[in-house]
Ligand binder design. Structure first.
Ligand SMILES: NC(=O)c1ccc[n+]([C@@H]2O[C@H](COP(=O)([O-])OP(=O)(O)OC[C@H]3O[C@@H](n4cnc5c(N)ncnc54)[C@H](OP(=O)(O)O)[C@@H]3O)[C@@H](O)[C@H]2O)c1
Length: 256
């Protein structure tokens, strides 16, 4: 029997990238996974099919976050997929970046509101509505970024991830009496559609790798493995923590 057998999990933004890898890993560990996504039906279907072909259980759940009524559709789909079962694991992974549009000279009130709506407001109120459905001893994990501790020019994005780090610590304190743990994984540069531009800029990719202690860009499965630890029984006494899964990104000047 796998470690998450009989558990339910909601992974937001699970049609592609890091979220897909997390959904695959939690399903492989035995959980029934809600593969949440915004628009890309085919990608979500592919995630679900891959999970099922590997012997796991999952269902797609479409609900664009950051728009009017977003959580109503999400929780309706969740009720349909899980029935009366409680929610055991919530992974807040869905997120967007502003890239150059998030710099101090280009950020606008509209782009600021949009990125905060998706990256901060949505997970906060998703958690608020999920908590009454969660079993005691449940797990909440959110995906943050190394960009909270470096001078990333996309400052709007970094600000949203800073808010997620703070949310994790404060929430851990608030829900600890129910034995619910709340943790955050700070991802480094990971090869996904979000960073696809790096595939066309090998010089930049090489420079970023040289700023990483482990000397390379990460894979989505490497973030999924960190999440799998935090939702496992092995991490039952770990809460309010930001786990650095960046391969040692930007720890100091390149060595050697
Ligand atoms: N990649 C990196 O280097 C990196 C580094 C640090 C942190 N992160 C964080 O890791 C998380 C996942 O990133 P990723 O690189 O895997 O991204 P990605 O490949 O662009 O995938 C994004 C996922 O989020 C969903 N999504 C996007 N906007 C949404 C919205 N408004 N409502 C609902 N779902 C939405 C997408 O659904 P659709 O398929 O339907 O569009 C997709 O499933 C993000 O929070 C990101 O900030 C990434």
């Amino acid at each position: 029997m796998s470690g998450l057998s009989g558990k339910t999990a909601l992974v937001t933004g699970a049609s592609r990238g890091i979220g897909r890898a997390i959904a695959q890993r939690l399903a492989a560990d035995g959980a029934l996974v809600a593969v949440h996504y915004a628009r890309q039906d085919d990608a979500a279907k592919e995630t679900v099919t891959e999970i099922e072909q590997a012997g796991g259980q999952a269902f797609p759940l479409r609900a664009e976050l950051g728009v009017e009524g977003d959580l109503d559709s999400l929780f309706a789909g969740l009720a349909e997929g899980f029935g009366d079962r409680p929610l055991d694991i919530l992974v807040n992974n869905a997120g967007i970046a502003t890239v150059t549009a998030g710099s101090i000279d280009q950020i606008t009130p509209e782009s600021f509101d949009r990125i905060f709506a998706v990256n901060v407001r949505a997970p906060l109120f998703l958690i608020q509505r999920a908590l009454p459905l969660m079993s005691d001893g449940g797990r909440i994990v959110s995906i943050s970024s190394a960009s909270t501790r470096i001078a990333n020019p996309d400052l709007a994005y970094s600000m949203t991830k800073g808010a997620i780090d703070v949310l994790g610590r404060l929430l851990a304190h608030a829900v600890g009496s129910r034995s619910i743990t709340v943790n955050t994984v700070a991802a480094g540069i990971i090869d996904t559609d979000l960073t696809a531009w790096l595939r066309h800029m090998p010089d930049v990719a090489a420079a970023l790798s040289s700023m990483t202690a482990l000397g390379r860009i990460g894979q989505p499965s490497e973030i999924a493995d960190a999440v799998a630890f935090l939702v496992s029984d092995d991490a039952r006494f770990v809460t309010g923590h930001v786990l650095d899964a960046t391969g040692g990104f930007f720890l100091g000047p390149p060595v050697g």
